[in-house]
Design a protein around this ligand. Structure first.
Ligand code: ADP
Ligand code: MG
Length: 742
């Protein structure tokens, strides 16, 4: 019998992968051959505050420091001096080009490179880089999504350096580019990017927190900075497989593919030893990040086969956001050198754990400037005073998350994350807060405590507040199913998708908590008038907040069906899919808060909504069209070929007078091919129906419901066929190969 040749490229890929010599990576050494320490190259490609201090005249350095603290624009004359120092530093390192590096609402970064070259008065070529070029640039804004913010005839937008994020040098094989982290705004000052609002939200969070802290006697506090430590999960699969999968190439996830007999059920991958080839990749990836001043700290295997994680030491939220973009970029870039393709999609493989991006978030007092060297506001302290402050801050978080749960859900909405949220492996689409056993008990006691108690201080102590410091050490009862979990001295926003920029979700967390601070401050003001003394007023305020926000607290299993019912009873929003979640950005509560706090204007919120809805639709359309062509041009032809081979063999057997037991398989395949064709038609009509809807919202909803269902149905049949079509007829690399061969 002739062997099918449909699987030739798949087998070639396996041969290539298993016979290839893996790339080694040898970290740099000094002249005597000794390996350099990380501290010897850390930050060499970034012009950070330390380098500024070293290279700039003192008064210029002080001015730029002030600028960073106040968020004002840099003076032109100062800018020229800074630009000159940056240019000298960059030229010495072989840099030829510079770019404003910014984050349009595409989730990734954008850059337009300009060479340093210019002509001097004598028409000689020189390297030039002015203060004006450092501060501002004017890319053509018309090709970036603006969600209707910008009419096409007015395509102008400009980027402006954000001095709080240091400039850095991006190296590639053939060139080095100076990148200037920037915000991107329209000619009229509307934010067109992800960063402007993040900076605004940090500002307002700081102001609102300070107002409250001043009221309770922390009058010296000038600035609060949200901090962020971003755990990044990703898959690595071999490039040879990747290129044989149009679905991965086009959409970042597998649209078809049957389950392997072994998945993650053996739990032998999590924290297991890292394969040598992956280890080489990680060392090189970390080396590149260290040079950029990104403090990556941990590396390990994740739950699913071929899934990994890297996490940095936390930094202030703005820099942490930029650094996470660099982490994603460097992961992608360096993986290629090792013949891997890094998949950052939230759900590359059905039935296998997806990837998240846990956002560890807290707030710190900036003791000086932008250094996060003061107290962590979410860390219970040693004194009763510090503990009362902790409880107030916690109340503000609870108030904010309780009131804006729907908006926070919107912040993490994307077509990729739809596959992950609520898939019984990741936090559900219902936002709730986990506090842990000890802290919950303390809050429950406070809630019950009698406000009439004369000796508030003693009451407070009796209620277990003195036990608060233990909360930090109490890491035993981590709830891994919670979307927003307190982990001793910070919250972990675990529902963010692995491919998302942290800017938007963290902007919304900052804004929601700033609103929480506003509410707590108002209550405290009132209580001060009636309660006897500050401590009593604080206590009363906390108690009220605990009562009011009870619904948002959940300590149980977030993956369970009971929780869905319970959350419904509690009135918590359960926004399962992206279109309904996104609507929260523009609802009344959100818009009122976002405009009042100056985070987004009404037009800017509307633009966020439209850009995200549009991106959702585009992603869905690309997926449908890719699935359609995969079925038509790969799956069906393979099935027909195998079907034909079986039919020939059946008739040969019969004409030889033998029985033809393969008839049974032939019949089964005939039926399945028929089903596949029917479902293929069903997808087509669901697609057309969705496309014919009059509004974008209605379209998106139809894609989220009928079209997504039709896609899943079609996939189901493909996967059934994959399980019975002869292996040497199947062209698409299989899960067992992509996840287990490297
Ligand atoms: P786990 O895997 O248990 O969640 P990791 O140690 O891998 O914990 O990640 C925790 C992340 O939280 C790290 O990036 C760490 O720097 C960060 N982190 C620690 N303290 C804070 C804080 N105060 N604010 C923000 N992030 C923090
Ligand atoms: Mg974590």
């Amino acid at each position: 019998m002739s062997v099918g040749t449909g699987a030739k490229s798949r087998f070639d890929a396996i041969r290539e992968i298993t016979s290839r010599t893996p790339r080694k990576f040898d970290p740099p050494r000094d002249d005597s051959g000794k390996r350099l320490r990380i501290s010897q190259f850390y930050g060499m490609n970034t012009f950070d505050l330390n380098k500024m201090r070293e290279k700039l005249p003192k008064e210029v350095f002080n001015k730029i420091r002030q600028t960073i603290e106040t968020g004002n624009k840099l003076d032109n004359d100062i800018a020229n001096t800074v630009a000159l120092a940056i240019k000298e530093w960059a030229l010495e390192r072989g840099v030829t080009h510079f770019c404003h590096w910014f984050q349009p609402q595409t989730g990734t970064t954008a850059e337009k490179h300009d060479a340093f070259v210019s002509f001097d008065d004598n028409n000689q070529v020189i390297e030039k880089f002015s203060g004006a070029q450092l501060i501002q640039s004017e890319p053509d804004a018309s090709s970036f999504p603006s969600g209707g913010m910008r009419t096409t005839f007015e395509a102008r937008g400009y980027t402006a350096w954000d001095p709080s994020s240091p400039v850095f040098i991006m190296e590639s094989a053939s060139s080095k580019t100076l990148c200037i982290p920037s915000v991107f705004i329209s000619y009229h000052g509307d934010s067109l990017d992800e960063k402007t609002a993040l900076l605004r939200s940090m500002e307002v969070l700081s102001n609102k927190a300070c107002e409250l802290l001043h009221m309770i006697g922390d009058t010296k506090v000038k600035r609060i900075l949200p901090t962020l430590g971003v755990e990044q999960e990703y898959f690595l699969i071999d490039r040879a497989f990747y290129h044989l999968r149009p679905d991965l190439v086009m959409t970042g996830r597998t649209l078809v593919g049957g389950q392997p007999p072994k998945g993650q059920q053996l739990e032998d991958h999590y924290f297991g030893s890292i394969p040598a080839r992956v280890q080489a990749f990680m060392v090189e990836m970390e080396y590149e990040l260290y040079k950029l001043g990104v403090p990556v700290k941990t590396r390990h295997n994740e739950v699913a086969p071929s899934q990994f994680e890297t996490a940095p030491i936390f930094e202030e939220a703005n820099i942490a956001t930029d650094h996470n973009q660099l982490v994603m970029e460097v992961i992608k870039k360096v993986s290629l050198r090792h013949n891997f393709m890094a998949l950052l999609h939230e759900k590359p493989f059905a039935g296998v754990n997806g990837s998240g991006k846990h956002n560890n978030w807290s707030m710190m007092i900036a003791a000086s400037g932008s250094d996060i060297d003061g107290d962590n506001l979410l860390e219970p302290g040693k004194t009763p005073q510090q503990n009362l402050r902790f409880l107030l801050v916690l109340s503000a978080v609870l108030k904010g998350v309780h009131k804006h749960a729907g908006l926070l859900r919107a912040g993490i909405a994307s077509s990729g994350n739809d596959h992950r949220l609520g898939a019984n492996e990741a936090p559900p689409a219902i936002i709730s807060v986990f506090l842990g056993d000890l802290l919950s008990r303390i809050l429950n006691e406070i809630e019950k405590g009698s406000g009439a108690d004369k000796n508030v201080e003693r009451a407070v102590i009796n209620l277990g507040i003195s036990k608060l410091p233990e909360v930090m050490r109490d890491n035993t009862d981590r709830n891994r199913t919670s979307p927003f979990a307190f982990t001793g001295n910070k919250f972990e926003f675990r529902a963010v998708g692995s491919s998302a920029s942290t800017a938007f979700p963290i902007t919304l967390v900052n804004a929601a908590v700033a609103d929480g601070f506003t509410m707590i401050t108002e209550t405290l003001k009132k209580k001060m008038k009636t309660a006897g003394g500050l401590d009593a007023a604080i206590f009363e305020t906390v108690k009220e907040a605990v009562q009011e926000t009870k619904a948002i607290r959940f300590e149980g299993n977030n993956y369970s069906e009971e929780w869905v019912k319970e959350a419904d009873k509690r009135g918590l929003p359960n926004l399962r899919k992206t279109p309904e979640a996104l609507a929260k950005i523009v609802d009344k509560t959100s818009q009122e808060m976002l405009t009042r706090l100056g985070v987004f204007t009404e037009a800017e919120s509307a633009s966020r909504f439209h850009v995200r809805l549009e991106r959702y639709l585009k992603n869905m359309i690309i997926e449908v069209e890719t699935l359609r062509s995969t079925v038509d041009t790969i799956v069906l032809p393979a099935c027909y070929a195998y079907h034909g081979m079986l039919a020939t063999s059946v008739s040969a057997a019969k004409s030889a007078g033998a029985t033809a037991p393969q008839q049974e398989i032939l019949n089964k395949i005939s039926t399945l091919i028929g089903t596949l064709q029917t479902k293929r038609t069903a997808l087509e009509s669901a697609y057309h129906k969705a496309e014919s809807m009059s509004s974008e919202e209605a379209k998106a909803k139809a894609f989220a419901a009928e079209v997504a269902t039709a896609m899943a149905e079609l996939r189901g049949t493909c996967d059934e066929l994959e399980a019975i079509v002869s292996d040497d007829y199947w062209p698409l690399p299989k899960y067992r190969e992509m996840l287990f061969i490297s």
